[in-house]
Design a protein around this ligand. Structure first.
Ligand code: FAD
Ligand code: SF4
Length: 520
């Protein structure tokens, strides 16, 4: 009575439900590296290395425990390259009485798995993924009957339910949210800590060579690969964050600095999303740091909110609204993605920094994603599908269930306000306030119009003018729309013309670079 237990690339957890009652004597764990999963979007080379190397290490750890693992490597000569044919081949090899798998994290793969029983003629048991704080049913119960799904309300329920940073039934320190304290600019001259990067071992080096060879045209560089690929390494990364990042995580959560992509962020999303760390242990470690006096409450609450709040909430949004969610385009955005999102070749320093860091590390932190690359995509009206596929392609931590709601809901308001109460649209002033980018930029953040003006300035107003019918009733946008109402039509028309001319230059990048400024 052999059970074939399938472990997917982001299910690398000892407590996975598919492994819970594993019979060492009879059962077989199947792990498949398939070409199709690496080319759905052209993932960053580091993302492919991360997943394949972590899978190979996980298989070795299972074998060390006496588990029989049937592992299909990407470059195995008989590998057929997709899940459907690989599961058929595995069933033919092993003749299991049933297949057991934990529910995939992504809609598309879940649909594939649902077809396995018909494909193989073998019963398939799909088990719930219990590695999250909230089940699908828990989120659905919370969302039921609510019009706007505000994360903050969900988060407070989660805090109470899981007893994190709760004292005598009340939020620790008396407040649920210390966001106001978490918006500091990094002082000039402040030196961010050196963060732990893990040098590739022999397995990772072998995978790097494989990826270099198989996916040479994919986005991104491999030289600086430093992500944890085992649970032991992930625990080291967690320790590094608790000591070197967490104490300042809150204060500088929204800060950006040229040449310093990591600052005080945890860098834990790749390990969390693969299952090398559990969200519970990470939140508990942060809470323990606060209780021992090693980190202040605003930092620890800010961090717990990202995981117990945002991470769980976006998963709930994804699974409640898919598959239709993927097609949302509430602002009718249609522009194509500018080429510089792949090359970093732009005179806008903020975008160059964010995209350059992304190519080098498969990472940029949340504010760069939301307020630089995301803000530009929102203001420029780039088609949601193009923006969403870009975010899925370029980060080591990118998995659709977490990436898609962040992109469509938070960054570009394509869901029309299901998640955010207003679009995160901002002019250059926000980027200037939170970073040191503008001082070294070819554009002038103080100029609102004219050929040297920061493009974010006129793009911001042009966005509000264009979207007036949709957005002017939003109470959170009342102030800018009041300002706009005082501008004569000719001024508004001039801003629209300037924005259009700029965006045409961006579209026409090859022939007429957007950075055709005086002196460049
Ligand atoms: C457009 C866009 C796309 C994104 N795509 C992804 C993605 O594909 N995968 C991903 O894990 N995160 C994504 N995020 C959320 C967030 O930016 C990353 O989780 C974070 O930058 C990862 O770096 P870190 O581990 O250093 O995070 P930290 O800043 O240290 O935060 C701690 C942890 O909290 C969680 N977290 C923080 N913010 C969010 C959020 N908004 N949603 C869900 N979890 C969050 C992550 O697990 C993260 O590791 C996206 C955000 C935006 C705006
Ligand atoms: S001036 Fe504008 S384009 Fe340049 S870095 Fe600042 S915000 Fe970005």
């Amino acid at each position: 009575m052999t059970a074939l237990r399938v472990v997917l690339g982001d299910q690398l957890s000892d407590d996975l439900t598919a492994l819970s009652d594993l019979d060492l004597a009879q059962d077989i764990v199947l792990m498949m590296e398939v070409q199709a999963e690496n080319t759905v979007v052209g993932h960053h080379k580091q993302k492919i290395v991360l997943v394949l190397s972590a899978m190979r290490h996980f298989a070795d750890a299972l074998r060390a425990r006496g588990v029989t693992v049937d592992y299909v490597k990407l470059d195995a000569p008989d590998n057929t390259g997709d899940f459907a044919t690989e599961i058929q081949r595995a069933v033919a090899r092993r003749r299991p009485s049933r297949i057991i798998v934990t529910e995939p994290s992504e809609w598309r793969v879940r649909t594939l798995v649902e077809g396995w029983e018909a494909l193989t003629g073998t019963p398939v048991e799909v088990r719930a993924d219990l590695r999250f704080f909230a089940t699908h049913a828990r989120f659905a119960a919370w969302a039921q009957g609510r019009r706007g799904w505000r994360m903050e309300h969900f988060y407070r329920e989660m805090r109470r339910e899981h007893g994190l940073l709760i004292e005598d039934g009340q939020p620790a320190g008396g407040e649920w949210n210390y966001d106001q304290a978490n918006r500091k600019r990094l002082p000039a001259g402040a030196v961010p800590p050196t963060r732990l990067r893990i040098p590739p071992d022999a397995i990772t080096r072998e995978v790097i060579a494989l990826v270099q060879n198989r996916f040479p045209d994919h986005f991104g560089e491999l030289e600086d690969f430093g992500w944890p690929v085992t649970r032991a390494e992930a625990l080291l990364a967690l320790d590094d964050f608790i000591v070197n990042g967490l104490p300042n995580f809150g204060d500088y959560q929204d800060a950006m600095k040229a040449g310093a992509p990591f600052l005080f962020h945890s860098l834990l999303a790749p390990a969390l999303n693969l299952g090398l760390l559990s969200p519970r242990e990470v939140c508990r470690a942060a809470e323990a740091a606060w209780r021992s006096g090693a980190a202040p409450l605003n930092a620890v609450e800010g961090f717990v909110r990202q995981i117990l709040g945002w991470r769980e909430y976006v998963r709930g949004v994804y699974w409640t609204l898919m598959p239709d969610y993927a097609d949302r385009n509430a602002l009718d955005a249609t522009r194509k993605l500018p080429e510089f999102y792949w090359t970093g070749d732009t005179a806008m320093r903020c975008l160059r920094e964010a995209i350059g860091g992304t190519a080098r590390y498969a990472y940029s932190h949340h504010i760069q994603r939301l307020m630089v690359t995301g803000n530009f995509a929102l203001l420029a009206g780039i088609a949601p599908r193009e923006v969403e596929r870009w975010y899925l392609a370029v980060y080591a931590d990118a998995f659709e269930w977490v990436e898609m709601p962040n992109t469509l809901g938070m960054a570009i308001f394509a869901d029309g306000g299901q998640m955010a109460s207003k679009p995160y649209a901002a002019s250059g002033a926000y980027i200037d306030k939170m970073s040191d980018f503008c001082s070294g930029c070819a554009y002038d953040v103080k100029q609102k119009t004219g050929k040297n003006a920061c493009p974010f300035n006129y793009l911001y107003w042009a966005f509000l003018i264009r979207q007036k019918d949709r957005l002017c009733g939003n109470p959170r946008l009342a102030m800018p729309y009041r300002t706009l109402a005082g501008w004569p039509p000719a001024r508004q028309a001039a801003i629209l013309a300037e924005a259009d001319a700029f965006l045409d230059r961006v579209d026409d990048h090859d022939r007429q670079p957007e950075f055709a400024l005086d002196g460049l």
